[in-house]
Design a protein around this ligand. Structure first.
Ligand SMILES: [Fe+2]
Length: 200
């Protein structure tokens, strides 16, 4: 029987770190997937890797699929980015339309509209724990670690999101990923400001 549990190891995370050669924990985060019905649980390790806070890999959804994250322990920053569209509406992986950073803590939730790439950074002293409602299809090859509704390749190609979040004098700070062209400024929003923006 397929296990609903998966780990994200340092070797995989090196693809998207600001400093891929920095040493880090063997496992960056843990996932238990139950899909839209049972929900999914993610647990982040604490600390930094090469100055950058521990984060999830980050992905875009394939097709029309939104997702909600509920923060059940700890504090962090949800990073969201949308790509520019070129001719024939194809998405341009190295040019962003918008970049949002939303500071979250236990009790907050964030609705992620379809099309927004997303990852979450753990800026707290404890494990960050979230629940989300993205679907899981156990017929897939690797539904728990790399679900088919998620596109990781566009993020891998760019070596991460448009900005990395580093710790500077104990505070989080966004640092541009220069692999992207003409990056938009980071819009720092509260969860309620972001929910006003999305209408959810
Ligand atoms: Fe997702």
């Amino acid at each position: 029987m397929l296990k609903p549990f998966a780990l994200r190891e340092h070797s995989k995370m090196q693809e998207v770190l600001m400093d891929p050669n920095a040493t880090g924990p063997e496992i960056h985060y843990y996932m238990i997937r139950g899909g839209s019905d049972k929900t999914n649980v993610t647990v982040w390790e604490t600390g930094t890797v090469g100055g950058e806070y521990i984060k999830t890999y980050g992905h875009y959804h394939v097709g029309d699929l939104d997702e909600t994250y509920w923060i059940v322990q700890g504090e962090g920053i949800v990073l969201l980015q949308t790509r520019k569209q070129g001719a024939n509406n194809q998405l341009i992986d190295d040019e962003l339309e918008a970049f949002y950073a939303i500071k979250v803590k236990v009790g907050d939730s964030v609705f992620i509209p379809s099309g927004m790439g997303h990852l979450v950074v753990n800026t707290g002293k404890t494990w960050l724990v979230t629940i989300d409602d993205s679907p899981v299809n156990f017929e897939e090859v690797d539904p728990v670690s790399l679900p088919g509704h998620a596109d990781y390749e566009a993020v891998k190609k760019m070596k991460g999101f448009g900005y990395y979040v580093i710790e500077e004098s104990g505070e989080p700070k966004a640092v541009a990923n220069t692999n992207y062209k003409n990056l938009p400024e980071v819009k720092w929003l509260t969860p309620s400001e972001f929910s006003e923006l999305t209408g959810h």
